[in-house]
Design a protein around this ligand. Structure first.
Ligand SMILES: Cc1cc2nc3c(=O)[nH]c(=O)nc-3n(C[C@H](O)[C@H](O)[C@H](O)COP(=O)(O)OP(=O)(O)OC[C@H]3O[C@@H](n4cnc5c(N)ncnc54)[C@H](O)[C@@H]3O)c2cc1C
Length: 473
């Protein structure tokens, strides 16, 4: 017999639709309350950008839940300690959706132990993923390390299950508060206010994530395969921060894509990217050592370089390579960065500057609104060549040619590096080659108005290859 009261532990699930834990609680209990636990340890100087997103998500979701007579309380502290305060005498059942990450899973295990000891009723549900990682393996039960065979099996496994139940949240008669000590929501906001600018670009809410999805289905997906690599075109969905914080469930994205009648190459390519997200999650769960270091052990001997000056130039977008600088400035200004440019700036850091990928991973974690540990770690290791199914280290992105190919007229660069706005397209990705007359004609001086390249491409490439040779011998 279940209790009258239910408590839903909200994490990355700021949505009504396909929120299995919340819906189950509303279907099986007279009264439902939700709790969000903000653990400063996980965020301070680590995930500052996401604090802004969470703050707005809390404000918005509190209002949405209120329409169903469900309260939302914010508690600040360690999740295990906070949930340990629930007493058996309160006669409350606890529900949550899982997060498919090793660290979160170990928290869940601790909580389950406490709940079992106290004889408190609980139930948990699949997280924001198509399939649990244990469901997708090779025939012999071992995990995949290569994307294509992984995704062939993962799609099949998922297709056998769909469509999953999409029940509605039930309105309750009366609001209840379990903890009765909700903190002020502003406790979640970061201390510095550089994030203020994010307001120009994002509205963190479930309604808005639905708009983003509709925009993808109605306008973008048909040409996704053609436009997704061009950062000046809004060719990708930009759904990642919503997906990270659970304003949308990946099954909802999948379902909308599958309802498209003419499934062309754009559709296929997009679904593959969803596949990469599943793959990253599978990797970090099967190979949790990846979260701490290289998946490919030979990289443990790679002669990384420590250079604070270069690292700062990379972070600030003052390397003198305009596509790299544009990307890093887009990131700081908007909390998001285009995938093609993530690869370019990533490659520049680990190959041209030979700075450890972990430095890049750390900076992205702090500044990305869509940071998720699986995609971030797996992608950084993919870029560095030390991950699963990774780009080989010796394939070094040339930032000049990448710029000329994917931002031919320089409009992306000019948007984010305004000091280059008058530079002719011919020089936009090789500003140092601009002759004196051209510089004068646009009232611009290289080295003064915009930095000279901090490293020479050809020399940096050679040095990277030499360093790589050391670990392959
Ligand atoms: C160095 C580096 C770091 C990255 N860090 C993150 C991160 O912290 N969080 C994150 O969500 N993505 C990360 N990515 C992957 C990718 O760049 C983003 O998912 C994508 O740019 C998000 O924009 P979008 O929603 O418009 O993508 P779309 O192109 O519209 O793709 C739709 C969704 O598919 C998934 N996806 C797309 N590309 C990838 C990919 N290469 N790997 C895994 N999943 C993918 C994302 O969930 C994305 O939202 C990283 C990539 C690189 C190269």
């Amino acid at each position: 017999m279940e209790n009258k009261k239910a408590l839903v532990w909200l994490r990355d699930d700021f949505r009504i639709s396909r929120n299995n834990a919340l819906i189950y609680a509303s279907e099986n209990h007279d009264q439902v309350s939700a709790i969000y636990i903000f653990n400063p340890e996980e965020y301070e100087n680590k995930r500052e950008a996401q604090r802004w997103w969470i703050y707005h998500s809390l404000i918005n979701f509190k209002q949405e839940l209120s329409k169903f007579n469900i309260s939302l309380e914010l508690l600040v502290g360690d999740e295990v300690k906070v949930l340990n305060k629930i007493k058996n005498s309160e006669e409350v059942s606890l529900y949550w959706n899982k997060i498919p990450e090793p660290r979160e899973e170990s928290k869940e295990k601790k909580i389950i132990k406490i709940l079992d000891e106290k004889n408190i009723n609980y139930k948990f549900f699949k997280g924001n993923i198509l399939s649990e990682y244990q469901e997708v393996t090779k025939d012999d039960g071992t995990p995949f390390k290569v994307f294509t065979p992984f995704w062939r099996v993962a799609e099949e496994v998922y297709l056998k299950k769909v469509p999953s139940r999409d029940a509605k949240l039930k309105k309750k008669n009366k609001k209840i508060f379990i903890f009765k000590q909700s903190s002020d929501l502003s406790k979640v906001l970061p201390n510095k206010n550089w994030f203020k600018k994010f307001e120009k670009y994002w509205v963190p809410s479930e309604i808005n994530s639905d708009k983003v999805l509709k925009n993808l289905i109605n306008k973008k997906i048909n040409n996704y395969h053609k436009t997704r690599d061009y950062p000046s075109v809004e060719g990708t969905s930009k759904i990642s921060p919503y997906l990270k914080h659970g304003q949308i469930h990946v099954e909802t994205i999948w379902k909308s894509c599958n309802e498209i009648e003419n499934k062309n190459t754009g559709y296929r390519k997009f679904i593959n990217e969803i596949g990469w997200r599943e793959f990253s999650h599978s990797l970090i769960n099967y190979f949790p050592k990846m979260l701490k270091g290289n998946l490919r052990k030979e990289f443990d001997n790679f002669p990384w370089v420590e250079n604070k000056k270069y690292l700062e130039a990379w972070k600030k977008g003052t390397t003198g390579y305009s596509i790299v600088d544009a990307g890093m400035r887009e990131l700081y200004e908007t909390g998001w960065i285009h995938n093609r440019v993530r690869m370019i700036v990533g490659s520049f850091l680990v190959k041209h500057l030979r700075i450890h990928w972990k430095e890049g991973e750390k900076y992205f974690r702090n500044t990305l609104l869509d940071f998720n540990v699986a995609n971030n770690v797996a992608s950084w290791q993919w870029v560095a060549g030390c991950g699963a199914d990774a780009a080989p280290y010796f394939r070094i992105f040339n930032p000049i040619l990448q710029g000329e190919k994917f931002d031919k007229d320089g409009s992306y660069v000019k948007r984010w590096v305004p000091e280059l706005k008058n530079v002719p397209a011919k020089f936009i990705h090789r500003t140092w080659e601009m002759d004196e007359d051209t510089q004068k004609s646009i009232n611009f001086k290289i080295g003064k108005d915009y930095p000279l390249p901090i490293v020479d491409h050809a020399k940096a490439r050679e040095a990277a290859l030499k360093a790589f040779d050391k670990i392959t011998k």
